[in-house]
Design a protein. Structure first.
Length: 164
């Protein structure tokens, strides 16, 4: 399912912004995104008699918290998801999308099992009909990088505890 900027121009016509997709809809727009990253633990082994090499095995991956700053939204499903965090954390797959000026999807990052761990709202203004979000911080359990939309679906765990 391909997302295009055309269907969202009245609400999100900006340049160099990160669009947040939940389900198959763009629900918010942010002007800054940081923390997209992963560190993979490694162990180094040395073989007896081999003094000029080492062996490296990889372990568990640790994903950084993702911060989105200076955002706007008028989508109620997005703000309801944030509000639910106080009662019970609802994990979602959330895609961060970047479009070029022609409205073509250039890059996507799907945050697997994302849950809000912090957010701040900017000053409220009476003349606007959208909510300005100063910062949203998400903890994630996985990350997929690609060039496709439609990855921001609700998630559930399979029998072994992995998100599907």
């Amino acid at each position: 399912m391909a997302s295009t900027l055309d269907s969202h121009t009245k609400n999100y016509i900006t340049t160099n912004h990160f669009y947040v997709e939940m389900g198959s809809s763009i629900v918010a727009c942010f002007s800054e995104c940081s923390g997209l990253g992963v560190d993979i633990n490694k162990e180094v082994y040395f073989e007896g008699g081999v003094n000029d090499q080492q062996r490296v095995t990889l372990g568990h991956a640790t994903f950084s918290d993702v911060s989105l700053k200076r955002g706007i939204t008028d989508d109620q499903s997005f703000t309801k998801w944030l509000s639910k965090t106080f009662q019970k954390a609802e994990r979602r797959n959330v895609s961060i999308l970047v479009f070029n000026q022609a409205g073509e999807l250039m890059q996507s990052w799907t945050l697997i099992g994302a849950v809000p761990i912090g957010w701040r709202v900017d000053a409220l203004q009476a003349d606007g009909d959208s909510v300005a979000i100063e910062e949203l911080k998400l903890a994630i359990e996985g990350l997929k990088i690609g060039k496709s939309a439609g990855g921001g679906q609700s998630v559930s765990r399979d029998g072994s505890g992995y998100f599907v």
